[in-house]
Structures are given as structure tokens and as C-alpha cells.
Ligand binder design. Structure first.
Ligand code: HEM
Length: 526
């Protein structure tokens, strides 16, 4: 912005005020009433009390008092940008999604990157999972891929999500620690939850301290469905692969950066986009059918597992480019509402119990966070395609049904929108049956194989970083029994790693390996 000289005028008391000139707008109240003085309240006499009738003062103060909304219950700290997704390889044989019917199709996109555990003001380089949420404004409605930069998750069932998040947030009696992993409660929880061990390996790896948001991979994590025009379904996993490659910092750099510039990641993204160095990711898919899914030694509905790329290669079908920063951080980045439930015809859910729970959670929390059921009326959340429905009223309603009809069926010639059985969203016709039960499928039982595969896929240097991270984080845990319990799991992952961590922690005796058959294990610690 160029600096301009503003003309000044003397106010009633002789003091100087900046005044409008040329195309500088004149200041008004929120009701549009022109303002004569924005700096001094209306008082009775020279030194008397402020008058209640000062409409401008009251409005200004009232609005300021209500500026804050609740921060997200998770992923509170985030940074977003606009761009587009372009299809580079059409896949009509796999999905009827309009977007993927033709190479070269482009749709606008909004992406928000985030950390999970910290509050809105926490530092960017915390050791944590990064959110990688993408909203695609397609011609058939908004499609959100609400992913992370790590391809697996801590838990298998949404029922445990509140416990997981309580355990990483500050402890309720003391209000600290803020950090995710240097944390008795976190380590207590995950050590009682062997299904978390694969994710724990990833979170202790360099992936959890990315050099920049531009150097991160992204994953949809869950297995989703593609459905083609014939109604045939395949399984699909979504991947984002950064054009710049993947890079991380080392722990000492992360700590230094957090102190020197807690906004390091958001500043980096802003500067890159503003200087025309637009970050870009490839959109990749792993596609496999039901018969192939049955050949895996794990369950494709289990979000603590990934599909090895050696078994199902990633096919690149698009490119995501971020080329525009937001006009307003609050209006866009803070008010954007991603939801796993936002899908379009040609995409569908699977019965992954984590995904099923997420489909409820996002809409529910956003209704509270954004003040009611009409948050889709906020421009960043509104579809960019035509939309028509009979939803009406509620707080802040901006789009009520037009005309007389707000119900159906109705007899009016201008009776409003009608559902289109053939073009509308169809759930895949999948056979579902079974006795109601809470016990998880036996196919979800192996918690260590992929943790081992991940650890062993790392270079020696990277393995050293994982061991160091575990020693550093666990050395902050006050209760020795919790440290031992984590090591008892590491013994099921890799003996050498368990040994390094036990030595680093100064454990006198090696605990017994955790019994994989008992979930959760129940060693008393205090
Ligand atoms: C944000 C719930 C698992 C990725 C959120 C929010 C909630 C939530 C309540 C805040 C939303 C808002 O206020 O707008 C859950 C539940 C989960 C779960 C109940 C499991 C049962 C996951 C998983 C991933 C993920 C597995 C990654 C695949 C995200 C992202 C955001 C988010 C990226 C931030 C979206 C944004 O930038 O606004 N989640 N989550 N979550 N979640 Fe989850």
C-alpha cells in the first residue's frame, strides 16, 4: 500500500482529524450514518460522564466486545490460501464426478493447513500432525478432502476421539503443558491404546516438524469410494504430493524457530504466494477393488493403516495450485468450515468407523463455532455452483426460499426446486447387514506390523531422529511406569529402537513386551 497524505480538519475542540479525500470513503456507523468524530466520546461538559446517547461510541464498543468466536476444538491454529485444482488425467471409468470427466477441467479451491493440538496462538513448529484440508468448489457442490500430512491416524473408532484430544490438550487441573507430546496424559493414553503405535512412529518422525507448509505431503487418510456412471464402486485413497518435494527441519531448528518466529510457516506461505512462487501439489489416487482389498493382511476400513504404494501405486490425476492469499484472515481462514460429509456424486464413504463419526462431528461443532445452522451462507463456505433448497430462517439467514413454496410436494407452477433422481447424489448400493455390536472386527487387531514397516523404511539418520524424539518426549513424562509401558510397545516394533530408547531414558531393566492380545494393557503406574 502506498502512503497518502490525508487532509486534516479541525474538530469542535480545535483538534486535528483526518478527513476523506478523493476516493477515500467517509466513515459511517454499521447503520450507514456518517461519523463526525471517531476518537472522542460524547460527554456532558468538559470533564463530565460519557452520555448513553452516544450511539457511535456504544456501537463501536459493542462490536469490539463481540469480536471473538470459539476457536476450533482441534486444528485451531491454521493458515489458508486460494487456488485451483486442474485435472491432468480424466477418470470417467472410475467416477462419475463431473470434475474428473475431462482432462483440463479446473475448479476453484481453498486450502487450510493447521496444527492439531495447539491453541490459535501456538507456535508453527510444534511437533504435531498437520491438517491439510482442501475445499473444492465443483459444479456439483463443494467437495472437501479433510486430510492430514500423515497417512494414518491414532485411533480406529470415532468414539475415542474426545479422549485422544483431551489427552493432548493441557491437563485440566493445571492448564499445561501446551505441547502435544511432552505430556504425561498423552503418553498415558497412547500407551494404553496400542492401535496408536503406528501413528506414534510417524509423529515422532521428521514428518511432524515440516520445514514449510509447501514441503508437506497430504493424505485423505480414510478409504473412500469412487462410483462410476454404471453405479460400480472401487476403493480409493487420496494423496497430495508437493512439487517441491518433502522436507523437514531437525528438532533443534524447530525449537529455535518457535522462539524466534512463531509465525514461520504462515509467513513462508504468504511470502511465497505474494512473490508469485505458487506452491503446487499433485493429486494422486490409489484405486483398488473389493476383491483386492480382501487380500490385504489388514482392514482397509482401519484408519491406523495405509495401503502400501508398492502394492497399489499412486496414479496422478490432477494438480493443486495455491495462487492467491486471502483478502481477510478471519472471514476466510477462520470461518471456513470443512466437513468430511461434503462429497459430490461419484464419490462416497466407506464404513470406516472413524470416518463415520467425523461425518457427524464437523457439522455439529461448526454449528456452534459459527453461530448457527446458516454458516454455509458465509461466502467462503457457500457453493460456487447454483444451489436451491427449502431450508429457511435461523440466525443470520441470507438465502431464504424465493416465492410461496417452501415445502414439497406442492402444486405451484413456480414451486421451487425438485430432486433429480438420476443426476442427484446416490449412495453406492452396498449390502449391509449384521447383528448390532460394539466389539471391533478381528481384522482391526494388528497394531504393530505397519509401525515396524514405517520405522524400518526410514534411513539410519531418520531412525536416530525417531529414537531421539521418543527419548526427549518421554523424559518429560513424570511417571516412570508410563515410560516403561511405551518401551514395552516399542519391543513389538523394533528391538533396536526399544533398546535405544530404554538406554536414553536410563531404564534399569527392560520391561516385558506388551501383550498384543490385550487391548488396552493395564499396568498400574502409580
Ligand atoms: C478439524 C473432529 C479425525 C483432519 C476438526 C474439528 C473437529 C474434528 C471437531 C474442528 C472443525 C471446525 O471447528 O471447523 C474430528 C473427529 C475425528 C477427527 C471426531 C475422528 C473421529 C480427523 C482425521 C483427520 C482430521 C483422521 C485427517 C484425516 C482435520 C482437519 C481439521 C479438522 C484437517 C481442520 C480443518 C480446518 O482447517 O478448518 N476435526 N476429527 N480429523 N480435522 Fe478432524
Amino acid at each position: 500500500n502506498e502512503r497518502t497524505e490525508h487532509p486534516a480538519e479541525r474538530g469542535q475542540g480545535g483538534e486535528l482529524h483526518q478527513t476523506p479525500r478523493g476516493d477515500t470513503p467517509r466513515m459511517t456507523t454499521a447503520q450507514g450514518t456518517p461519523v463526525s468524530d471517531d476518537q472522542n466520546s460524547l460527554k456532558a461538559g468538559a470533564r463530565g460522564p460519557t452520555l448513553m446517547e452516544d450511539l457511535h461510541f456504544r456501537e463501536k464498543m459493542f462490536h469490539f466486545d463481540h469480536e471473538r468466536i470459539p476457536e476450533r476444538v482441534v486444528h485451531a491454529r491454521g493458515y489458508g490460501a486460494h487456488g485451483y485444482l486442474e485435472v491432468t488425467d480424466a477418470i470417467p471409468e472410475l467416477t462419475s464426478a463431473g470434475l474428473f470427466q475431462k482432462e483440463g477441467n479446473r475448479v476453484p479451491a481453498f486450502v487450510r493447513f493447521s496444527t492439531v493440538a495447539g491453541s490459535k496462538g501456538s507456535p508453527d513448529l510444534a511437533r504435531d500432525v498437520r491438517g491439510f484440508a482442501v475445499k473444492l468448489y465443483t459444479e456439483d457442490g463443494n467437495w472437501d478432502i479433510v486430510g492430514n500430512n500423515i497417512p494414518v491416524f491414532f485411533i480406529q473408532d470415532a468414539m475415542k476421539f474426545p479422549d485422544l484430544i483431551h489427552s493432548v490438550k493441557p491437563e485440566p487441573d493445571r492448564g499445561f503443558p501446551q505441547a502435544q507430546s511432552a505430556h504425561d496424559n498423552f503418553w498415558d493414553f497412547v500407551s494404553l491404546m496400542p492401535e496408536a503405535m503406528n501413528m506414534v512412529m510417524w509423529v515422532m518422525s521428521d514428518r511432524a516438524i515440516p520445514r514449510s507448509l509447501r514441503f508437506m505431503e497430504g493424505f485423505g487418510v480414510h478409504t473412500f469410494r469412487f462410483v462410476n456412471a454404471e453405479g460400480e464402486g472401487t476403493f480409493v485413497k487420496f494423496h497430495w504430493k508437493p512439487k517441491l518435494g518433502m522436507q523437514s527441519v531437525v528438532w533443534d531448528e524447530a525449537v529455535t524457530l518457535n522462539g524466534a518466529d512463531p509465525d514461520f510457516h504462515r509467513r513462508d506461505l504468504w511470502n511465497a504466494i505474494q512473490s508469485g512462487d505458487f506452491p503446487e501439489w499433485e493429486l494422486g489416487v490409489q484405486v483398488f477393488d473389493d476383491a483386492f482389498a480382501d487380500t490385504f493382511e489388514f482392514d482397509v476400513l482401519d484408519a491406523t493403516k495405509l495401503i502400501p504404494e508398492e502394492q497399489v501405486p499412486v496414479r496422478i490425476i490432477g494438480r493443486l495450485v495455491l495462487d492467491r492469499v486471502v483478502d481477510n484472515f478471519f472471514a476466510e481462514t477462520e470461518q471456513v468450515a470443512f466437513c468430511t460429509q461434503n462429497i459430490v456424486p461419484g464419490i462416497d464413504f466407506t464404513d470406516d468407523p472413524l470416518l463415520q463419526g467425523r461425518n457427524f462431528s464437523y457439522l455439529d461443532t461448526q454449528t456452534k463455532r459459527l453461530g448457527g445452522p446458516n454458516f454455509t451462507h458465509i461466502p467462503i463456505n457457500a457453493p460456487k455452483c447454483p444451489f436451491h433448497h427449502f431450508q429457511q430462517d435461523g440466525h443470520m439467514a441470507m438465502h431464504n426460499p424465493k416465492g410461496r413454496a417452501n415445502y414439497e410436494p406442492n402444486s405451484w407452477s413456480q414451486g421451487g426446486p425438485r430432486a433429480a433422481p438420476k443426476q442427484g447424489f446416490q449412495s453406492i448400493a452396498e449390502r449391509v447387514q449384521g447383528d448390532k455390536r460394539r466389539v471391533r472386527s478381528e481384522t482391526f487387531a494388528d497394531h504393530y506390523s505397519q509401525a515396524r514397516q514405517f520405522y524400518r523404511s526410514q534411513t539410519g539418520v531418520e531412525q536416530g531422529h525417531i529414537a531421539n524424539a521418543l527419548v526427549f518426549e518421554l523424559s518429560k513424562v513424570e511417571v516412570p511406569g508410563i515410560r516403561e509401558r511405551v518401551v514395552s510397545h516399542l519391543l513389538n516394533i523394533d528391538d533396536g529402537l526399544a533398546q535405544d530408547v530404554a538406554e536414553g531414558l536410563g531404564l534399569w531393566t527392560m520391561p516385558k513386551a506388551a501383550d498384543p492380545a490385550r487391548t488396552p494393557i493395564d499396568l498400574p503406574v502409580s
